[in-house]
Design a protein around this ligand. Structure first.
Ligand SMILES: [Zn+2]
Length: 269
């Protein structure tokens, strides 16, 4: 089985201590590519270094809605320059992405105008540079759709990570060219929404992800204290998701793999 972890954070300090072993275990479990999303300017270099060291780490650079406080005055130019350089460096392998970017109104004190501005700027960059974008949305779906209406189609499309919206919106996002990525949240007690969404998503639009080190799987093996999520757990998510989708797991994995190859324009596959 060959899998693509469509969204994770290998640069996280919670993974860095054993990162070589973590990557080895992921590869052994069949995780062939890992899409590693930055969260703020301070971790762009760490993500780039991981991608320089491992040619199967697909880097994404951006500003996450939780980490807007330390944003620099020139963040947008810095991001555009980095993305242009990375697009050239990786052109024979795959496309780098933008992200993790988005809107999160579920956090305690969301700075809504700032979130909207920074997210819109990153969508415009995705459009201009023709790069895919990895999107995080919580409790801000109406605003997200309004922003999309203003910006229009993105030439390199993107994915909505750990989808938590309603199933009704899936056709809208598919029409905009988005892929819908499912995490272990499909196994959680309040999983009704993502399960319904997975049931109706088109087979050529679905992806799977771990969001490592976050969204720890609910499997009994990982109930110990301080456990962290790792890309190798993608196999567990693939199994549960294939059952929900009522597709044999091998077939499900091939479909999600091919979707990831298409989105990130992975060559030689
Ligand atoms: Zn994430």
């Amino acid at each position: 089985m060959k899998l693509i972890d469509a969204h994770c954070h290998l640069q996280s300090s919670r993974l860095s201590e054993n990162i070589d072993q973590t990557i080895k275990n992921a590869n052994s479990a069949g995780v062939e590519y890992m899409v590693c999303c930055a969260t703020c300017e301070q971790d762009w270099l760490d993500v780039q270094n991981l991608s320089l060291e491992h040619d199967f780490v697909i880097p994404c650079y951006g500003i996450h809605p939780w980490y807007m406080d330390n944003i620099s005055f020139e963040w947008e130019n810095k991001l555009a320059d980095l993305l242009r350089t990375e697009k050239t460096r990786l052109k024979n392998n795959f496309l780098p992405g933008i992200g993790e970017a988005g809107l999160d109104f579920a956090i305690k004190v969301p700075n809504r105008p700032l979130q909207e501005k920074i997210f819109t700027d990153q969508l415009i960059l995705a459009k201009e540079l023709e790069l895919p974008i990895s999107i995080h949305i919580r409790k801000a779906w109406d605003l997200f759709i309004n922003i999309l209406k203003k910006i229009g189609d993105l030439p390199a499309q993107g994915l909505i990570h750990s989808y938590s919206g309603s199933a009704d919106m899936i056709p809208i996002f598919e029409k905009y060219g988005f892929y819908i990525s499912f995490s272990d949240s499909i196994t959680r007690p309040n999983a009704r929404k993502p399960i319904k969404a997975l049931e109706i998503v088109s087979e050529n639009r679905m992806l799977i992800e771990t969001d490592s080190p976050d969204i720890l799987p609910s499997m009994p093996l990982h109930q110990e204290k301080n456990a962290i999520n790792k890309p190798e757990n993608l196999v567990f998510i693939a199994n549960i998701a294939s059952q929900i989708k009522k597709i044999p797991v091998k077939e499900f994995v091939v479909k999600t793999y091919n979707n990831g190859v298409r989105l990130f324009n992975i060559s030689g596959q």
